[in-house]
Design a protein around this ligand. Structure first.
Ligand code: TYD
Length: 136
């Protein structure tokens, strides 16, 4: 899978509270190496203007809502996440930003690699060069 995609997860609706889950290489197309979360993000704030050379991600709005903007160097797509039973699969090699966080939102990010600062491209013009040369 090399295109971004909304993936709907299993959900068990129950008067006691609902339950969803995600399994590696089943609901998402990679083995999980790491997970991190963004919390206490001020309402309206933006984060994460960067691309990864290798890392793939699956992003879930566990609470509240935010937009994930993905850019392949040619076009941008905006995905609004606002339910905890689906998420966005983000393949490697896309510029991604996260915007419009609602107050008290909670973003869970599941990653395919360990944290590696050298995997990040943080300069948009460098990203475009990588894309142009077919390096990512
Ligand atoms: P950063 O990548 O700047 O966040 P954003 O995705 O919003 O651009 O990460 C903030 C800091 O957290 C940075 O100093 C690196 C550190 N960090 C880790 O140590 N491990 C991780 O898994 C992540 C995602 C970040």
């Amino acid at each position: 899978m090399n295109r971004p995609q909304i993936i709907t997860l299993p959900k068990f609706l129950d008067a006691r509270g609902n339950l969803s889950f995600v399994e590696q290489e089943n609901h998402i197309p990679f083995v999980i190496r790491r997970t991190y979360w963004l919390y206490d993000v001020p309402g309206g704030e933006s984060r994460g203007g960067h691309a990864y050379k290798e890392n793939q991600e699956f992003i879930v709005a566990l609470s509240g809502s935010f937009d994930v903007v993905l850019d392949d160097g040619i076009e941008k797509k905006v995905f609004t996440l606002n339910r905890s039973y689906y998420g966005l699969y983000v393949p490697k090699g896309l510029w991604r930003e996260m915007e419009n966080f609602s107050t008290n939102s909670l973003a869970l990010i599941i990653s395919s690699t360990d944290y590696d600062a050298t995997d990040y491209i943080r300069d948009y013009s460098v990203f475009l060069k990588y894309k142009k040369n077919g390096e990512i």
